[in-house]
Design a protein around this ligand. Structure first.
Ligand code: MN
Ligand code: MN
Length: 312
């Protein structure tokens, strides 16, 4: 309350920008990479736009009855280094930057960037050494997305925003048997686009099924499936309808409203979040009120709130 929320240099939720991890519970960081996209680029500017839109987020979340800032010591870790046009080199850079966070037990929340970046995050989190020196192993993935991202390749590229989940399964980073993909919709190249994810073992909920289940039903299904496994929650902003989130790379009509998305996230209270990201915000396609970036900032806030609830 020293200066109004709109003043000052923008960090996420006006958290201090530091890479000093002493006493830190959660770090928000940007991955400004967008050259693994299939349609519109521009998500390299996502972290900047989400930070800007986050300025109005206040500490207390009444929907979950939690003071996020009082419960979690949150920092903005800044953006990690990337190499435009080189996905695999970028993965190495993200992994190197993220490792100290994960080793310090800090909850990492990434702002994308296109959805290719999630693979690097999962590599670090699944490879984390636990208290007995054992690798944490495959995580449960909860993915809100219009797309499954389970293609094998795209124009010969194996590391790409539409292949992330398939690579993560192949590398043993996530266990499909305890994972859920939710919100899938839109035209496909063929029925096999959906069948391959189900054949791999994922619970796949279409956008229509998600809406029919509702937040409570979806949360029960996820809880039953995930069990006690640590969860990585990946939120692709295109799970929202383009009316609510036009600023994204691969828009599909018929998606969730912003209010629905918040309700689905809030219903997940009680899950053990090991890490999370919000990806595919492409500000140059956003509306004049920056509603996509604002929705993404609020999604990130709900994810921090879920982590804060678990920590409390
Ligand atoms: Mn995606
Ligand atoms: Mn998507």
């Amino acid at each position: 309350m020293q200066i109004p929320r709109f003043a000052g240099i923008r960090t996420f939720m006006r958290a201090p920008h530091t890479t000093d991890l002493a006493g830190v519970d959660a770090a928000v960081y940007g991955i400004p990479f967008d050259t693994a996209t299939s349609y519109r680029t521009g998500a390299r500017f996502g972290p900047e736009a989400i930070r800007s839109a986050s300025a109005l987020l206040r500490p207390y979340n009444p929907a979950l009855d939690i003071d996020v800032v009082e419960t979690l010591s949150i920092v903005d870790y800044g953006d990690v280094p990337v190499s435009p046009g080189d996905t695999e080199r970028t993965y190495g850079q993200v992994e190197e930057a993220l490792a100290p966070l994960v080793e310090a037990g800090v909850f990492p929340l990434a702002l994308g960037g296109d959805h290719s970046v999630t693979l690097a995050e999962l590599r670090v989190l699944a490879g984390r050494q636990g208290p007995l020196g054992l690798r944490q192993g495959p995580l449960a993935l909860i993915q809100f997305d219009a797309h499954g991202d389970t293609w094998d390749e795209y124009f010969g590229q194996r590391f790409f925003h539409g292949t992330t989940v398939k690579r993560a399964v192949e590398e043993g980073l996530i266990d499909p048997a305890v994972s859920v993909q939710a919100g899938l919709r839109g035209s496909l190249y063929g029925a096999e686009d959906l069948e391959s994810a189900r054949a791999a073992g994922f619970a796949v909920l279409s956008g229509e099924q998600l809406r029919t289940l509702g937040p409570g039903g979806c949360a029960s299904l996820i809880a039953a499936r995930v069990g006690r496994r640590p969860v990585f929650l990946s939120f692709d902003i295109d799970v929202l309808d383009p009316a609510f989130a036009p600023g994204t790379g691969t828009p599909e009509v018929g998606g969730l409203s912003t209010a629905e998305a918040l309700a689905f996230l809030r219903a997940l209270r009680g899950i053990d979040l090991a890490g999370a990201d919000v990806v595919e915000v492409s500000p140059s396609y956003d509306g004049p009120g920056q509603q996509t970036a604002l929705a993404a900032a609020n999604v990130a806030y709900e994810l921090l709130s879920l982590r804060a609830l678990a920590q409390r």
